[in-house]
Design a protein around this ligand. Structure first.
Ligand code: UDP
Length: 143
């Protein structure tokens, strides 16, 4: 099994509802280790850049407004097949379609305010980690 790193955001809705610890617990219970983490309040430019691939979609303006509406937690998770393992505990984009027991099923209200983000591929993970973290901020879990 490959040890991978993936990128996670706890979005403004879940931070506002004090769900940071509960969501971190889901990561750790799934065997994912947090190797970097910080709280940020995104600027409009940061949110637009992060979601640039969606810039032509109808929901883009609302997505940027939501992602800048309050602080977020960004973190890098490490573990076996971390990209897929994280997407599985995250659940479907629309919480109404997310499997029971997933983060979005339990903490999200709607497809627009869906509690958390997870990289969808290793290539996305590398790009997204580098968007928010310098190499020096990543802390290998050696013990
Ligand atoms: N989104 C939205 N409305 C939609 C589809 C997506 O607001 O109809 C937002 C939602 O926050 C989602 C993000 O855009 O998490 C990125 O969409 P994507 O399809 O990449 O889903 P994800 O990878 O986050 O599950």
């Amino acid at each position: 099994m490959a040890i991978e790193r993936t990128f996670s955001i706890i979005k403004p809705d879940a931070v506002a509802k004090n769900h940071i610890g509960a969501i971190y617990n889901r990561f750790e219970t799934a065997g994912l280790k947090i190797v970097a983490a910080k709280m940020l309040h995104l600027t409009k430019e940061q949110a637009e850049g992060f979601y640039a691939e969606h810039s032509e979609r109808g929901f883009f303006g609302a997505l940027v407004a939501f992602m800048t509406s309050g602080p977020i937690m960004v973190q890098v998770l490490e573990g076996e097949n971390a990209v897929l393992a994280h997407r599985e505990i995250l659940g479907a984009t629309n919480p109404a379609q997310a499997a029971p027991g997933t983060i979005r099923a339990d903490f999200a209200q709607s497809i627009d305010e869906n509690a958390a983000h997870g990289s969808d591929s290793l290539a996305s993970a590398e790009r997204e980690i580098a968007y928010f973290f310098s190499a020096e901020e990543l802390c290998p879990r050696t013990r």
